[in-house]
Write a protein that binds this ligand. Structure first.
Ligand code: ADP
Length: 464
């Protein structure tokens, strides 16, 4: 139990560790791909700007420049005629809004960039954004219309603002920084782009890693589960074997001690003259020897099956007749006062069976039905045919088997753990034997049971 828990804890910890490491690796790769993407498009944008400037002799803002000239002259006049600070502020806002809209709607850079990217086979689905860093109107005095925070900071620190290093953010790529000015205004703005399907593209590039990662985790989980299951199974088998050895010792000891006592009895002088007693003791020795022999044979046979497929001597037999014989001989062998009801609907079916093994199979079921009973046993033996199968059903009114034990009763050495195990003697081989014989005949055995109510064992054999 302790070992199992240690293995479980170790396994789960390793899996959690592996998952964490994988998350770190994938996140690292994602970050790297993201940075590479930005770098790639920064370079593409610079190439594009070079091309647009050189080949098309424009910066994409010619229309803006043309419209801004006369507008700034007018705007300046309006600023001069403002009567109070409120009106001045309102006019400043109006100018800022107009310039913003002009930059966004009258620029041609986005179209040029997009067609350049398309021609080069790059991704052309980007959004653009324009940030006005500084807008000033120049008249007698310079009137600041708008100043971005970063621009103001840089200016306050006395840095050269116009040639400040580009601040390409993680998401947005700075393509162009522009200064436009004439006698009436000075405008400094930045043009950014960002890609709508950037994450999709990165996902595509990272997918192989992601797949590999998930695959590795799955493989490790499966390996762990299989190993753990094997360990549990091994432990279960080892417990079963220990139980078997205990039970076997118990089972073998009983006839042996009876034989020993009988032997000692025969040595007694007063017995030697009593012929009747000698006969009884000899019979007892004989009976116990047969029982001992049966037990040893059973164990030997099973260990032989493990190594080789056992040989069946199959012959066509009338299954109903065979069933009648087996039940009759079981009754005459004692049957412990049980009542056995037989109901057959077999239409004289002839089945290929090894009569000896088949008798053992039915005997095991009948003796279990008697053994695992806490009242007078009433056993129902039924036989019927269905399409290509013959079914034999043995139902008892015994102690029944719980759901968990039902899954294991056909396992080698398995004995139900509930109840007093030594009250019902056995080696846990009877039903294992039943299953092996049924399977060797190309059939199977199943159980259904309700604790306290009784059990039903159904044997199916091919009907040919
Ligand atoms: P054994 O009888 O030697 O223990 P078996 O392989 O015949 O071994 O049976 C395995 C277990 O199945 C038994 O220990 C018992 O708990 C349960 N069992 C088998 N037959 C019956 C039955 N008819 N009614 C209740 N329990 C049964």
């Amino acid at each position: 139990m302790k070992k199992r828990n240690t293995v479980l804890t170790l396994g789960i910890t390793s899996i959690i560790l592996l998952v964490t490491v994988q998350i770190f690796i994938v996140r690292g790769i994602w970050k790297q791909k993201d940075e590479l993407f930005t770098l790639r498009y920064t370079l593409h944008s610079q190439e594009a700007m070079g091309y647009i400037n050189r080949r098309l002799s424009t910066d994409g803002f010619d229309t803006v420049r043309i419209l801004l000239g006369p507008y700034s002259e007018q705007a300046n006049k309006k600023l001069q005629t403002a009567k109070d600070p409120e009106e001045l502020d309102a006019r400043k806002k109006e100018i800022y809004d107009y310039v913003t809209s002009l930059l966004n709607h009258e620029q041609d850079l986005s179209v040029m960039l997009s067609s350049y990217f398309e021609r080069r086979g790059f991704d052309k689905n980007f959004n653009f954004s324009i940030v006005i860093n500084n807008l000033e109107m120049i008249n007698k005095d310079t009137i600041a219309i708008h100043q971005s925070q970063s621009f103001a900071n840089r200016r306050n620190q006395g840095r050269t603002v116009r040639f400040a290093p580009p601040e390409t953010s993680k998401e947005k790529i700075l393509v162009n920084m522009k200064v436009m000015e004439d006698n009436n205004y000075r405008l400094f703005f930045e043009y950014y782009i960002d890609f709508t399907d950037k994450h999709q593209q990165i996902l595509k590039e990272t997918l192989a890693w992601l797949g590999l990662s998930v695959f590795t985790i799955l493989v490790v989980i499966i390996i762990f589960m299989v190993t753990y299951k094997n360990l549990v199974e091994e432990k279960r088998l080892s417990n079963l074997k220990t139980d078997f050895i205990n039970n076997m010792t118990h089972e073998l000891k009983t006839p042996l001690s009876t034989i020993t006592v009988a032997g000692k009895t025969l040595e007694m002088p007063q017995i030697r003259t009593n012929e009747q007693k000698i006969l009884e003791t000899a019979k007892m020795i004989g009976k116990q020897s047969i029982h001992l022999n049966q037990l040893i044979n059973m164990i030997l046979e099973i260990s032989m099956w493990e190594r080789t497929q056992f040989q069946l001597d199959k012959r066509k037999v009338n299954i109903e007749e065979l069933m009648n014989d087996v039940v009759e001989s079981f009754k005459s062998g004692g049957g412990n006062g049980s009542t056995i009801i037989q109901k057959y609907n077999l239409d004289g079916a002839q089945v290929d069976v090894d009569a000896v093994y088949f008798t053992t199979l039915i005997n095991n079921l009948l003796s279990n039905a008697v053994k695992y009973s806490d009242k007078v046993p009433v056993i129902e033996v039924e036989g019927f045919t269905t399409e290509d199968k013959i079914s034999i059903r043995v139902t008892d009114n015994g102690i029944g088997i719980n759901k968990i034990d039902q899954k294991h009763v056909f396992d080698k050495f398995y004995r139900a753990s509930t109840g007093n195990i030594h009250k019902y003697k056995g080696l846990g081989l009877g039903l294992y034997y039943v299953k092996k014989i049924a399977e060797a005949h190309g059939g199977d055995v199943t159980v259904s049971s309700r604790p306290g109510k009784g059990s039903t064992f159904t044997i199916t054999l091919p009907n040919c």
